[in-house]
Design a protein around this ligand. Structure first.
Ligand code: CO
Length: 187
């Protein structure tokens, strides 16, 4: 069995969070290891969903589970949101890449999703409520779209100090030369 990696959560404003992720081609043991490690990270961080870019991988993988029960684990590989329908709902949304920030975000209640499961089977299903909310949030990550982009100007203003603190923390953690090398490596 492939070695299960241990992931850390990538925090805003790390540029990897801004990249558009690539589709998964091989539904193999490596993919299963990555998914298992993503679930482990999600649970450790007490999250309800996680997208691969949040652990530094530019891959179109989402994992989620809004409950405590592992039987409700949901994996969506190469997901496409075919339709967003229903009432527009406001919800206090958080993100593991924005620790401590919860912002009122408006999204449609329902979404229809086509995605592959772990075995490479194509599935199509409609979701509503919290699951639909999580899927729409996590799907944004695959396109490099973040919580901060979904905030109204008022919400952005409200969270400005916390956002600036995250930027300052990111800059403190990496001296400019290291950041430059990193940028080259990621091209
Ligand atoms: Co997020």
């Amino acid at each position: 069995m492939a070695q299960i990696p241990e992931f850390e959560v990538v925090l805003y404003p790390d540029p990897v969070l801004r990249k558009v992720s690539d589709p998964i081609v091989h539904f193999d043991e490596d993919l299963r290891s990555v998914v298992a490690a993503m679930f482990a990270r999600m649970r450790k961080s007490k999250g309800v969903g996680l997208a691969a870019p949040q652990v530094g991988l530019r891959q179109r993988i989402l994992v989620l589970n809004p409950s405590e029960d592992p039987n409700n684990d949901l994996v969506l590989v190469n997901p496409t949101i075919l339709a967003r329908t229903g009432e527009r709902v406001v919800f206090d949304e958080g993100c593991l890449s924005f620790p401590g920030i919860y912002a009122e975000i408006t999204r449609p209640d329902r979404c229809t999703v086509r995605a592959y499961d772990l075995s490479g089977e194509l599935t199509e299903r409609e979701y509503d409520g919290f699951r639909s909310r999580i899927i729409q949030h996590e799907h944004d990550h695959l396109e490099g779209v973040l919580l901060v982009d979904r905030m109204t100007p008022a919400e952005k203003l409200k969270h400005k100090p916390a956002l600036e603190e995250l930027v300052a923390r990111y800059k403190r953690a990496r001296p400019p030369e290291a950041a430059e090398r990193e940028a080259v490596r990621r091209e």
